[in-house]
Ligand binder design. Structure first.
Ligand SMILES: NC(=O)c1ccc[n+]([C@@H]2O[C@H](COP(=O)([O-])OP(=O)(O)OC[C@H]3O[C@@H](n4cnc5c(N)ncnc54)[C@H](OP(=O)(O)O)[C@@H]3O)[C@@H](O)[C@H]2O)c1
Length: 327
């Protein structure tokens, strides 16, 4: 599969480095608003073509698929352009700003016979499968405490009067959609559709959530999701069942997975993948689904993206967080 990329920050580099370890990945083209940046990025990653006009890259016969890592608010416009030009799209999380955009983009993908995926690395990692398997050992789930809270280096810029994209409603930023989305995907991926959604956000002057706590009601338990970009958490995530508790570090990578048997107190360690190149799992999955035209698996991922975005949209609504594209 021949790829083009949008965005020249570290995450696009990570994606390219990890994808080279996946099967059938060829980097053909990179896009940047700046020609200088595009040249330097293409040289660093050995891409044959550079673009500073998105329309041109979208029309190019040299690529089959685009990876989008632009600021969140631009994902929709960028994705739509490539889908309409019959290119598959892998879009960084959070896929789009709202449900209206997501529904339209899935429709356009279908009309053009191409695929649209949300890149959410923890869901595609073998560690998520390991987590799913171990949950079965702990009996009926009674509580989930999941979180991702990291003081962002960009918060310093915000405090000095700047407006970094991820702290801006104009760019569809905020803690829940940037970091909370990892534990949220664990919750939706494991437990599905909640019956109740409550988000208490610490809304910053810019109008987005710097931190917050999302509680999702499920039959017999509450899944609590904490997220922050203005403070750091050091406590592990846990899922408590009647027979035992599953514990792990870092909702983004799901590492140091273990479960504790309530009756015996025995701690069982579960093997997990702990390398930085874990993005290769999502790319492998996406390419496998495309090449095998696996509609069933695609439908599952679509539904999960729709469910997850519907929750963050409701969470924003409850806290009066309105993005620039919605004003
Ligand atoms: N999966 C993960 O682990 C992970 C980690 C980090 C980020 N992400 C996601 O990746 C995406 C990008 O995040 P980021 O932190 O790299 O964002 P960013 O630094 O704000 O922007 C990413 C790229 O978009 C372009 N850009 C920046 N500001 C722009 C503007 N005002 N208008 C148009 N283009 C602009 C820049 O590329 P040029 O200057 O070259 O055009 C930049 O390299 C987000 O959706 C984020 O959620 C995912």
């Amino acid at each position: 599969m021949r790829f083009g990329t949008i965005g020249t920050s570290w995450i696009t580099s990570s994606f390219i480095d990890a994808s080279r370890k996946a099967t059938d990945f060829i980097l053909k083209a990179v896009y940047s608003r700046s020609e200088m940046k595009a040249k330097a990025f293409a040289e660093k990653h050995q891409a044959a073509f550079i673009y500073t006009e998105l329309e041109e890259m979208a029309k190019s016969e040299e690529i089959d698929c685009v990876y989008i890592a632009s600021p969140n608010s631009l994902h929709f416009e960028h994705a739509l352009l490539f889908l309409k030009n019959k290119k598959h799209v892998i879009c960084e999380k959070p896929i789009f700003s709202n449900m209206e955009e997501l529904k339209e983009a899935f429709q356009v993908a279908e009309e053009n016979g191409v695929y649209l995926f949300e890149a959410i690395r923890n869901l595609h990692s073998p560690n998520f499968k390991a987590l799913k398997n171990v949950i079965e050992k702990i009996g009926p789930v009674r509580a989930a405490n999941l979180h991702r809270s990291r003081y962002s280096s960009k918060y310093n810029e915000y405090l000095s009067g700047g407006r970094p994209n991820v702290f801006s409603p104009e760019f569809s930023g905020g803690a829940l959609t940037d970091l909370g989305i990892y534990p949220l995907y664990i919750s939706t991926g494991l437990f599905g559709n909640p019956t109740q959604i409550d988000y208490s956000a610490n809304v910053l002057d810019s109008g987005i959530d710097g931190s917050g706590t999302l509680t999702l009601g499920y039959d017999g338990f509450i899944s609590t999701i904490m997220c922050s970009k203005i403070s750091t958490s050091y406590i592990p995530c846990e899922i408590q069942g009647e027979k035992g508790t599953v514990v792990f570090e870092d909702a983004g990578t799901i590492k140091d997975l273990r479960w504790v048997d309530n009756e015996t107190g025995q701690v069982t360690l579960i093997e997990t993948y702990n390398m930085d190149d874990d993005m290769k799992f999502e790319i492998n999955n996406f390419m496998r689904i495309i090449s095998s035209n696996n509609k069933e698996e695609y439908q599952e991922l679509k539904e999960l993206s729709l469910l997850t975005l519907s929750i963050t949209e409701e969470a924003r609504r409850q806290n009066g967080i309105i993005y620039g594209c919605e004003r």
